[in-house]
Design a protein around this ligand. Structure first.
Ligand code: PEP
Ligand code: MG
Length: 537
């Protein structure tokens, strides 16, 4: 039966396809009494087969991507899954205690993992984590919500309670048609150009993997098991959208210049090197915001200088001389990473984040700066710093940059000094933008944070949606002020927050003299079209 839910749209697009329920690894297992032990054992055997298939696909993918040696772990998992002692222990528990298979698997998994952990042999100890892993996989398959195994999965709509940036970033984009979450946490869908809704009150248990659904990012609706009629309408709208996209293609290769002849720089926002394909495909003139924190997310330890250097170098080489503005680490608030040990904060958006971490823990910052200065040799790099509130912070940053530069010089390691700018995303930075403009090469206005701090509206609190006015006069006046202060010092000012892609505001930004807009790759051609239609006269 058709079910329709309302949510908040994060990315305007439409998707139609099968649902996959995304389960975190920590599925809660309940002990339940059963009457049919053999039926329960048969369920367990089905889950073993499904797990074997998933592991085979993971193995094949891993062989291609990371080589046979690293892929071998999935073969080990397959062998462990077939282990007679392990399977017998599960079946005995089901028969003897008349309990559900999930519970028997979870308890057996724990017992075996503890047994392995207590062994003297290092190799056997390491198998403890593996047995937990295969038991989790079995439990997830038993509960009907297979772990999202992107390999071999047909393109699907991912439905989840919540999706952290690191979980999202590890997903295979080609396999995702849309996102739907219960929680109100902003997800990365917008950046991935994937239709998405947050705050959708759908019960995950009411969904089965494979059910058809529609995500409508324009209407903010999630329709499960839509009628034939709705499916047809959706397909027609998807075709219409595709046609509009087709027309926009004519904007490719055109200059971004207003009707009265003012050149504007139109760049794209990215979160990883793999997004560059879409930057080039949409004919952006450069990268205006590379959110470098994605090198830090979804990992268990800090990325090394070499890892960062290689990513930055690759980005610069792929952009072949076009401008690439890399923002230094912006961890904290909505982007949490365990190994930073940031601890619990009552108010993380106003907490220990971004440049504050870099200034307090300069060793983390210096690693990133070394990688950036070294990579700068390979293209047209600019660096910008997030969450600035004072001129003193900029002085401290420059002192650390100088230390790094001097160390590279002394060690005769090739490097280049990039242009340096600051993000204007706090009201404080706006109010002192006249002084900041004298210190830096450029400004990039982060309207997402600037709006939350100016309107005192937590970006992630859906209760405040009705109070949120992206076009608030306060923000528009601030942007005007920042641009004027930059121009007085002969510097340029751009916008890299979401507002930059707001097509209703392109004219206002042109009138204010904004020099650069950096938007999601999918918005580049739309914004270019608007700019080319603008004239001051
Ligand atoms: C912003 O705050 O506008 C911005 C571009 O940065 P982020 O969204 O990554 O905080
Ligand atoms: Mg920000």
């Amino acid at each position: 039966m058709t079910q329709e839910y309302k949510g908040k749209s994060v990315y305007k697009g439409i998707a139609l396809g099968p649902v996959v329920v995304f389960q975190k690894n920590d599925v809660q297992v309940k002990r339940e009494k059963i009457t049919d032990a053999e039926g329960e054992i048969a369920r367990m055997q089905d889950a073993v087969s499904a797990s074997q298939e998933q592991l085979q696909k993971l193995y094949d993918k891993a062989v291609k991507e990371v080589g046979e040696a690293s892929a071998a772990i999935f073969e080990v998992h397959q062998m462990m899954l077939e282990d007679e002692d392990y399977q017998d222990a599960i079946c005995n528990m089901i028969r003897n205690e008349m309990v559900n298979a999930e519970y028997a698997v979870a308890v057996t998994g724990d017992n075996f993992a503890e047994m392995f952990a207590s062994m003297d042999d290092d190799y056997m100890q390491a198998r403890s984590a593996d047995i937990r892993d295969i038991s989790n996989r079995l439990v997830q398959n038993l509960s009907g919500h297979a772990p999202v195994d992107m390999n071999g999965m047909e393109p699907s709509i991912i439905v989840a309670d919540d999706l952290s940036p690191s979980e999202t970033v590890q997903m295979d984009k080609d396999k995702i048609l849309g996102f739907v979450t219960n929680s109100h946490t902003a997800i990365l869908a917008r950046m991935m150009n994937i239709p998405a809704l947050i705050g959708v009150p759908v019960e995950l248990d009411a969904l089965q993997n494979g059910m058809q659904a529609v995500v409508d990012g324009f209407a903010g609706t999630f329709v499960v098991e839509p009628s034939k009629e709705v499916c047809e309408q959706t397909k027609a709208r998807m075709a219409e959208e595709a046609e509009k996209q087709q027309l926009l293609q004519q904007m490719k290769g055109q200059e971004t210049v207003t009707k009265d002849g003012r050149q504007v720089h139109l760049y794209a926002n990215i979160g990883s090197v793999s997004d560059i394909a879409s930057v080039l495909d949409n004919d952006a003139e450069g990268i205006g915001l590379f959110r470098s924190e994605f090198l830090y997310l979804g990992k268990t330890d800090f990325p090394t200088e070499e890892e960062q250097f290689n990513a930055y170098k690759q980005a610069l080489q792929l952009m072949a001389g076009k401008k690439v503005i890399i923002r230094t680490l912006d961890i904290g608030a909505d982007k949490q990473v365990d190994y930073f040990n940031l601890g619990q904060e009552d108010n993380p958006a106003m907490g220990y984040r971004a440049i504050r971490i870099c200034l307090k823990q300069p060793e983390i910052f210096k690693t990133q700066l070394r990688a950036l200065l070294r990579a700068a040799v390979y293209g047209n790099l600019s660096v910008m710093y997030p969450m600035i509130t004072s001129t003193e912070e900029v002085e401290q940053i420059f002192a650390i940059v100088e230390e790094v530069r001097a160390e590279l010089e002394a060690a005769e390691i090739p490097y280049k000094m990039p242009e340096q700018g600051v993000m204007i995303e706090t009201p404080a930075a706006v109010m002192i933008s006249d002084e900041l403009a004298e210190m830096v090469d450029f400004f990039s206005i982060g309207t997402n944070d600037l709006t939350q701090y100016t309107l005192a509206i937590d970006r992630q609190n859906a209760k405040l949606d009705d109070f949120y006015n992206a076009h608030h006069k306060a923000i528009l006046r601030m942007i005007r002020m920042v641009v004027e202060n930059a121009h007085k010092c002969g510097k340029w000012a751009g916008i890299c927050g979401e507002l930059g892609a707001d097509l209703e505001l392109t004219d206002a930004f042109m009138e204010m003299g904004v020099d650069e807009l950096s938007v999601a790759p999918s918005m580049v051609l739309k914004v270019r079209k608007n700019i080319r239609e603008y004239s001051a006269n």
